[in-house]
Design a protein around this ligand. Structure first.
Ligand SMILES: Nc1ncnc2c1ncn2[C@@H]1O[C@H](COP(=O)(O)OP(=O)(O)OP(=O)(O)O)[C@@H](O)[C@H]1O
Length: 814
C-alpha cells in the first residue's frame, strides 16, 4: 500500500510500498466517483504532470481535510494504485475493503451535490443539498458500497468541500438513498446480514467493468478471491457466490453459541449492567499498566465468588468497543459451567475463533481452508483441539491481523479440559504484540500455577483492590435499595434500614447484595424490617438460609426435586423439557403456568428467562452440589441421574416417530428445516441429546445389579424400536455430533455391563449365548454394525455429513 503526503514544495509525493501492516501510519482515505480522463494516475502524481486535470482538486481536498484532522498521509484510489502492474492491481482490488476499514477517516466527496443556498425570505436561508444528496451518483456506484460500510468514520462533503455530516448523523438519509439497514451503518458486523440481503444492497449499483459488480462485493462478503478480468461477469459472480456460501457454512458450523448473545443474556439474567459499578477499573493502575505496556499482554482478573468479575469483564468489553469501535477486534467468550455447550476448552476456542472471523473476515481463510477438506468434523472430532489451536496460532501470526483483544471469562467454569485451555492461554498470550488478553477466574491454585507460566502478565486481584470494589458495591447497594424503595414504595426508614443492613453485611460481595435484594423484592413491605435480620452475612450462610426457607414452604418436596434435577442437567432446560424430565412435574403437562410458579418458589436459586430455567449464579449450583448434598440429594446425585435417564427414555419411546417434521422429501437439507408451529420436539430436545449422559452418570454397576438390569433392558428396547427415529431427532436438533459422542459413551457402558465383550461388531454367537438374551442390544449393534462403526470410526464424517443433509433418507437406506 502506498500513501500520499504533501512534500513541502506545494506538491504531493508517494511513500514506498508499506508491506508490513504495523508500519502503516494513520491515514485518511477518499471516496468519490470517477470522472473520465480527469483522474490523476500514479505516474502523473510522481512526475507532477497534467496538473490541470480536475482530479488534482480531489487530492488537494483530501490533503486539506486530512491536515485539519491531524493526519499526514492519505490514500486516493486514482493515484495510489499502479494500474499498469496487473499483480499490484489485483492485490489492491482484493485488499480495498481493508484499506478503507483501516483508515482513520474516510472523506466522501460528492461532486454532484452543491451545498445550495436559497433565500426563503429576507431573514431565513435554506440549504438545498439534501435533495441532490439523495440522488447522488455516489449511491449508484458498485465500489462505493464498501467505501460506505468498511470505515468506522465516513464524512460527507459537498462539491464545494463543505461538510454535510457523517454516516451516523446522516444515517436516515443514507439508509433511504442506499437502501441499507441502519444497523449496518452503525457498525453491526456484515456477517450478521444474510448473503441475499447483502446482494440486494448492490442490486441497483453499477460498475464500469462488468466483473467489478462481483469484485466490489469481495470485502462485503468477507471472502478472499483473486480478480481475473477475463472471466466475465457471470464467471466472477459464480465464484463470488461459491466462496460466500462456503464461508457462511463454515461460520455456521464453527458457531456453538454466539458469545455476543451469551453476553447479553448474562447481563440480562444478572439484572442489567451498572456502569458506575465497574468504571473503577478504568482508573486502576494495574489495568492501565496492562493497557499501556506493550510487554504486558495478559491481564488476569481474579477474585472470590460473586465479587463481580463477569460483570466487570462485560463492562471492559463495552468500554473497549466504545473507545476503539471497529478499528480493533474484540473477541470474547463466557465459560458457564451450568451449560455444557459453553463449558469446555474447545467451546472457548470455537467461540473466540468465531468472533475473530466475523469481525475480521480477511483472516477466515485460515479456518475455511481446513474446513473445506474436513467439514464440521474439524470442529468436533477427536483431533479438533489440535486442529483449532493450530488455526488459532496461524491467525494470531497473520500479518493482516488488527489489534485484537481476546477475553475469556470464568476459567474456573471450564469443566472440560481446563488445563489445556490454561496452557494455551499461558503460551499464546506472549506471542504477539498486537494481541492483548484478559482472563478472569476465581482464586484457584490450579489456575494460578498454570498462568504463572505466562511470560508477560499482570494480575489484578479483587481482594487486593478491596477499597475500589467496596466503593463499587456501595454504588450497587444504593442503586438496588432505591429501586426496591421505588417499586415497593418503602417509607424512608425502611429504605434506610435496607441500606444499612446491606452495607454492613455485604463484605464487598455483589452477589450477596443481589440475592438479598431479590428476596426482598418478593417480601411484602410490612415484613421487610423483620426479614432483614434473617439474612446472615456470607454467601454460603445466605444460600443455606434460603434453602431452609424453601424446605419449610408448601412446595418443599417438589422444589427439592426441581433444584436437584436442575443442578445435574448438562444445559439449562426449557419449561416443557423440565416437565418431561421431572417425574414430580408430570401432572403439569398442560399447566405451564404452575411450573413457572414452582420455579419462582425456588427463586433464590433459579431464574427464568425466555422460558428457560437458569441458576441465578454458578455459586448457587456449587452450593447445592457441595454444601447441601444431603438435603437436596438424599439418594445421591446418581439417583437423580437415573430418574432423568428413565424419564428421558420413556418420553422418547412414546413420542419419537418417523418424519416428525413432516418434511416428506427425504433429502431436505437441515439448513432449510423450520420447526412446525407446534414443535413435536419441543420437550424432546434435551432428552434426545443427553439421555446417554444421564445413564452414564447414574454410574450403573455390572449387569448383576437390578437397576443395571432394568437400564439395560430399557436401552435395548428403545434402540430396537426407536434407534433410527432417535437419529432423526438428533439430526433435527442439529446435534448429531453429540450423538456420535453419546454412542461412544454407550459402548463404554456396555463394557461395564459386560466386560467380556470387546467389540459388539465382532460379537460371535458364542459370546451372545454366554451373555444371555438380556443383551439383545448386542445383536442390535451387530445389525447396525456398519452404521455404528461409521459413527464410531474414522469415517464418521461421511455419516455425519450425510445425515446432516439427508436426515430422513437415512432411515430408508438403513
Ligand atoms: N457492574 C455491575 N452491574 C450490575 N450488577 C452487578 C455488577 N457487578 C456485579 N453485579 C451483581 O453481582 C452478581 C455477581 O457478579 P458476577 O457474576 O460478575 O460475579 P463473579 O465474580 O463473576 O462470580 P463467580 O466467580 O462466582 O462467577 C451479579 O449477578 C450481579 O447481580
Amino acid at each position: 500500500m502506498r500513501l500520499v503526503f504533501c512534500n513541502g514544495n506545494g506538491g504531493f509525493s508517494l511513500t514506498n510500498d508499506l508491506v508490513d501492516r504495523d508500519t502503516i501510519p494513520p491515514y485518511a482515505i477518499l471516496s468519490h466517483t470517477w470522472q473520465d480522463n480527469e483522474e490523476v494516475t500514479l505516474d502523473e502524481l510522481i512526475e507532477g504532470s497534467n496538473k490541470e486535470k480536475a482530479g488534482y482538486n480531489k487530492i488537494r481536498f483530501c490533503a486539506q481535510q486530512a491536515k485539519r484532522d491531524g493526519l499526514e498521509y492519505f490514500w486516493v484510489d486514482t493515484c495510489c494504485i499502479d494500474r499498469a502492474d496487473r499483480a499490484k492491481l489485483r492485490e489492491a482490488i482484493s485488499s480495498m475493503f481493508r484499506y478503507y476499514g483501516d483508515a482513520a477517516r474516510c472523506y466522501v466527496l460528492l461532486s454532484d451535490v452543491p451545498y445550495g443556498k436559497r433565500k426563503v425570505d429576507t431573514e431565513a436561508v435554506e440549504y438545498t443539498w439534501s435533495t441532490a444528496f439523495r440522488t447522488s451518483r455516489w449511491f449508484k456506484r458498485g465500489w462505493t458500497l464498501q467505501e460506505l460500510l468498511a470505515p468506522r468514520s465516513v464524512e460527507f462533503f459537498s462539491k464545494e468541500w463543505r461538510r454535510l455530516g457523517d454516516k451516523i448523523s446522516l444515517q436516515r438519509r443514507i439508509h433511504e438513498a442506499a437502501r441499507i439497514p441502519e444497523a449496518a451503518l452503525q457498525g453491526v458486523p456484515l456477517s450478521h446480514f444474510s448473503i441475499d440481503d447483502r446482494l440486494k444492497w448492490s442490486e441497483h449499483r453499477e460498475t464500469k467493468i462488468p466483473e467489478d459488480r462481483a469484485y466490489c462485493l469481495i470485502g462485503i462478503f468477507g471472502i478472499q478471491m483473486t480478480p481475473f478480468y477475463d472471466e466475465g461477469a457471470d464467471g466472477a459472480f459464480k465464484r463470488l457466490m461459491e466462496e460466500a456460501k462456503a464461508l457462511d457454512r463454515c461460520l455456521q458450523d464453527l458457531r456453538l453459541s454466539d458469545p455476543r448473545d451469551d453476553k447479553k443474556r448474562i447481563e440480562d439474567t444478572k439484572g442489567g449492567l451498572l456502569a458506575d459499578s465497574y468504571r473503577w477499573i478504568l482508573n486502576n493502575p494495574t489495568f492501565q499498566q496492562w493497557q499501556r505496556d506493550l510487554h504486558n499482554q495478559l491481564l488476569w482478573v481474579k477474585g472470590d465468588p460473586g465479587k463481580g468479575k463477569t460483570m466487570l469483564l462485560c463492562g471492559i468489553i463495552n468500554e473497549l468497543q466504545e473507545a476503539a469501535g471497529n478499528t480493533v477486534t474484540i473477541s470474547y467468550f463466557f465459560c458457564q459451567a451450568t451449560d455444557s455447550r459453553i463449558n469446555s476448552a474447545l467451546a472457548a476456542l470455537r467461540g473466540l475463533l468465531y468472533m475473530l472471523v466475523i469481525q475480521q473476515p480477511s483472516i477466515a481463510s485460515h479456518v475455511c481452508r481446513k474446513y473445506n477438506h474436513a467439514g464440521k468434523a474439524l470442529f468436533e472430532d477427536a483431533n479438533a483441539w489440535v486442529a483449532l489451536t493450530e488455526i488459532f496460532v496461524d491467525m494470531l501470526r497473520d500479518p493482516s491481523l488488527r489489534t485484537t483483544y481476546l477475553i475469556i471469562d470464568a476459567l474456573d467454569e471450564c469443566v472440560t479440559d481446563l488445563p489445556k485451555l490454561l496452557e494455551f492461554v499461558a503460551k499464546q498470550s506472549s506471542t504477539s504484540d498486537r494481541v492483548k488478553w484478559i482472563v478472569s477466574s476465581r482464586n484457584w491454585p490450579e489456575i494460578e500455577a498454570h498462568l504463572e507460566q505466562a511470560g508477560n502478565k499482570v494480575k489484578l486481584s479483587l481482594e487486593l483492590n478491596a477499597k475500589s470494589v467496596a466503593a463499587a458495591v456501595d454504588i450497587f447497594i444504593h442503586q438496588k435499595a432505591d429501586q426496591l424503595a421505588q417499586e415497593k414504595q418503602y417509607k424512608a426508614e425502611v429504605r434506610h434500614a435496607v441500606l444499612q443492613h446491606l452495607a454492613s453485611n455485604a463484605n464487598d460481595t455483589f452477589l450477596w447484595v443481589a440475592l438479598v435484594c431479590q428476596d426482598l423484592k418478593a417480601t411484602p413491605k410490612w415484613n421487610v424490617l423483620m426479614k432483614l435480620a434473617l439474612f446472615p452475612p456470607g454467601l454460603d450462610p445466605l444460600y443455606k438460609r434460603m434453602l431452609h426457607q424453601i424446605s419449610k414452604s408448601d412446595g418443599a418436596e417438589i422444589c427439592r426435586q426441581v433444584l436437584a434435577s436442575n443442578a445435574i442437567l448438562y444445559r439449562p432446560a426449557t419449561i416443557p423439557e423440565l416437565v418431561a424430565l421431572i417425574e414430580q412435574l408430570r401432572d403439569f403437562v398442560d399447566d405451564m403456568e404452575s411450573v413457572r410458579e414452582i420455579i419462582s418458589l425456588c427463586g433464590s436459586f433459579l431464574t427464568l428467562r425466555d422460558d428457560t430455567v437458569y441458576f441465578v449464579h454458578q455459586s448457587a449450583k456449587d452450593f447445592l452440589l457441595a454444601k447441601a448434598l444431603d438435603e437436596v440429594f438424599p439418594g445421591g446425585t446418581e439417583d437423580v441421574h437415573q430418574a432423568i435417564f428413565s424419564k428421558s427414555l420413556a418420553i422418547l419411546s412414546r413420542t419419537l416417530h418417523r418424519d416428525m417434521y413432516a418434511l416428506k422429501a427425504p433429502g431436505t437439507p437441515i439448513g432449510n428445516v423450520r420447526p412446525p408451529d407446534k414443535d413435536p420436539l419441543a420437550a424432546l430436545r434435551y432428552p434426545c441429546v443427553y439421555w446417554i449422559d444421564h445413564l452414564h452418570d447414574s454410574k450403573p454397576k455390572s449387569s448383576a445389579n437390578s437397576v443395571a438390569n432394568f437400564q439395560m433392558i430399557a436401552v435395548n428396547d428403545f434402540l430396537r424400536k426407536k434407534y433410527l427415529y432417535w437419529l432423526e431427532g438428533l439430526s433435527l436438533c442439529k446435534s448429531l455430533g453429540q450423538g456420535v459422542v453419546s454412542i461412544t459413551k454407550l459402548w463404554l457402558q456396555l463394557q461395564v455391563w459386560h466386560p467380556e465383550i470387546a467389540c459388539p461388531y465382532r460379537v460371535d454367537a458364542d459370546a451372545s449365548r454366554r451373555c444371555g438374551t438380556k443383551i439383545n442390544l448386542l445383536s442390535l449393534f451387530k445389525t447396525h454394525g456398519d452404521l455404528l462403526c461409521i459413527i464410531k470410526g474414522q469415517s464418521r464424517v461421511i455419516l455425519f455429513k450425510y445425515m446432516h443433509l439427508r436426515c430422513c433418507l437415512v432411515q430408508q437406506v438403513v
